[in-house]
Design a protein around this ligand. Structure first.
Ligand code: AMP
Ligand code: MG
Length: 324
């Protein structure tokens, strides 16, 4: 069921009153608050269990509003915004005065994007301001790609959930630091590095997964309950069967190169050959294996080009060391 006009109006009213609204975007569902309301923004952190030093993304209705939220708009940022918005690209720029420090985790930069989803855009237009939102999940866990995921994970802690159906892209936005002369990718996501480079006409640096970019960020993120183990694609079946024999309840991400291969495990997900379909399904697959009671997930990394870069980044983080 997708949101109606009356639902959008209601959600905008909740934002105006300082409440929290979960809303669909093309990437994942967001947990939104009025970006200029420090108390509402503080509640986002509380509901997520997110450290206050971990900044949110301010969602705006169009590139024409960018100047209202940032100190200045460098030519590169304007170019990227005009080319990729609405879309899964977040620009980090110098913080405009109307953005409270609560939304930026105390940083003098702010992350801004225009989401490419009719319900999100209708909400932003009805509300008329900026909506600060991280993904609508508990800190560190798997991002929601359906309204049901949000309800299951956050329940009554959210004042209103707008349903816009399953997310098209399925992984978070690409975050680009556009404060300096040379833009750099802080997090790979829905806009590919190749697409960015084609527009910018220069190569971009992408950080290695282990590098922590933002204070408060933990190596383990995007993680299901089950432990995630990454192996070479050709070793997935042997590794899974060994762990299953050792008494684990193993969930397998069977790579497309092994499609249809028999595997003795608790649950098997056939990984789509198309990277777009894999990205769209990724978080749902992880949730599904948790739901089936798996305690171990054996997976391999896709080739790290195009959307494969974002998928590999999320899988590595899902497999990262957990807080003890
Ligand atoms: P989430 O979608 O839940 O991961 O939250 C928003 C993401 O934006 C987080 O990964 C933040 O680290 C990132 N982010 C937001 N603001 C900034 C900023 N000023 N500099 C770097 N990263 C940011
Ligand atoms: Mg998140």
């Amino acid at each position: 069921m997708t949101a109606r006009t009356s639902d959008i109006e209601k959600a905008a009213g909740v934002l105006r009153a300082g409440g929290l609204v979960a809303f669909p975007t093309e990437t994942v569902y967001g947990l939104g608050a009025n970006a200029q309301d420090s108390a509402a923004v503080a509640r986002v952190f509380q509901v997520k269990g997110r450290p206050p030093s971990h900044p949110l993304i301010v969602h705006i209705g169009g590139v024409e509003h960018l100047g209202d939220w940032v100190e200045d708009v460098p030519a590169t940022a304007r170019l990227l915004g005009e080319r990729f918005w609405p879309g899964p690209l977040t620009l980090v720029l110098r913080r405009g005065r109307r953005v409270p420090l609560e939304a930026t985790g105390g940083l003098e930069t702010v992350a801004v994007r225009v989401p490419d989803h009719p319900v999100a855009l209708a909400l932003l237009s009805a509300f008329g301001g900026g909506v600060a939102a991280p993904s609508a999940n508990r800190f560190g866990s798997v991002s929601p790609t359906t309204a049901d995921h949000v309800r299951a994970e956050l329940g009554d802690a959210v004042d209103y959930v707008l349903d816009g159906g399953p997310c098209e892209v399925g992984v978070e936005s690409t975050i680009v630091d556009a404060t300096g002369d040379v833009p750099s990718v802080l997090r790979p996501g829905g806009v590919t590095r190749e697409d960015l480079e084609a527009v910018l006409g220069c190569p971009l640096t992408v950080p290695s997964t282990s590098r922590v970019r933002v204070p408060g960020q933990h190596p383990s993120h995007y993680a299901p309950r089950a432990r995630v183990v990454l192996v070479e694609p050709e070793k997935v079946v042997a590794e899974a069967e060994l762990a299953q024999e050792l008494g684990h309840r193993v969930g397998v991400f069977l790579p497309p190169s092994l499609a249809g291969a028999p595997v003795k495990a608790h649950a098997v997900v056939a990984v789509p050959a198309s990277m777009a379909a894999y990205a769209r399904g990724l978080y749902g697959f992880l949730r599904e294996l948790d739901q089936q009671g798996c305690d171990l997930i054996v997976a391999s990394l896709p080739v790290e080009e195009g959307l494969g870069l974002a998928i590999a980044n999320r899988l590595r983080r899902a497999a990262g060391p957990r807080p003890s």
